[in-house]
Design a protein around this ligand. Structure first.
Ligand code: C5J
Length: 219
């Protein structure tokens, strides 16, 4: 059974049985007050405000039988998967692997590396630990999606112009039809979010589609 929803640049048609929801990096360190993101001077409220919308999207996906994927930007404790170039950029007193306000910054198992409680993965959902910005780089995501014959990906999460956009572009290059849920993604820089939505759907959907959550709930 296929469903068609209003979207930009044109309607988006998908079959729930071959569709996955991919929630990018809804991690405590990026979203909660007192975490790594806030310690860098970012207004985390901009990210926290989408949590209820992402939770509603997740509930809809679970109800509709979509495969669900959660990602975490994370590194091994010995930093063997963190290129020095990545570690050396950013604030000198808050590098990946340093002790941060919620444990070691972007290290697997640190409290701040966890997904926020409201979006905790359920049994049977895939959790991808990704050392890059993109969800496909150095992960098993491609194989996991192929094994389930997934053809369409619906994206949500943070931050829009960094890990969400990178993952969506990687997916687009791999042949997936991708849609970004407009009100289920956020950036510390609102102008970057708006620019990313425009980039994705420009030139006839060069990266994919965008639509608000209401397009899905109405359908
Ligand atoms: C993500 C980042 N998740 N902005 N990371 O976008 O560094």
């Amino acid at each position: 059974m296929t469903i068609t929803i209003p979207a930009l640049p044109d309607p988006f048609t998908f079959d729930p049985s071959t569709t996955a929801l991919v929630i990018i990096d809804m991690q405590r360190d990026f979203i909660e007050p007192g975490g790594f993101g806030e310690s860098l001077g970012n207004d985390v409220a901009l990210l926290a405000q989408i949590v209820p919308t992402v939770a509603a999207l997740l509930a809809l996906a679970r109800q509709s039988g979509w495969f669900v994927v959660h990602t975490r930007e994370s590194h091994a404790a010995d930093l063997s998967d963190c290129p020095p170039a990545k570690r050396l950029r950013g604030a000198p007193n808050a590098r990946i692997g340093d002790e941060g306000p919620m444990g070691r910054i972007l290290i697997r198992g640190a409290p701040g590396n966890a997904i926020v409680d409201a979006l905790a993965p359920a049994e049977g959902e895939l959790v991808i630990d990704k050392p890059g910005k993109g969800a496909f780089y150095a992960t098993l995501l491609a194989q996991e999606l192929e094994a389930r014959h997934i053809t369409h990906l619906v994206f949500a999460g943070v931050t829009t112009e960094v890990c969400v956009q990178t993952s969506m572009r990687e997916a687009n290059d791999r042949g997936y039809d991708c849609l970004l849920v407009e009100d289920a993604t956020a950036s510390y820089f609102p102008a970057f979010k708006l620019a990313t939505l425009d980039m994705v759907r420009s030139q006839g959907g060069i990266v994919g589609w965008t639509a608000p959550l209401s397009s899905f709930t109405a359908a």
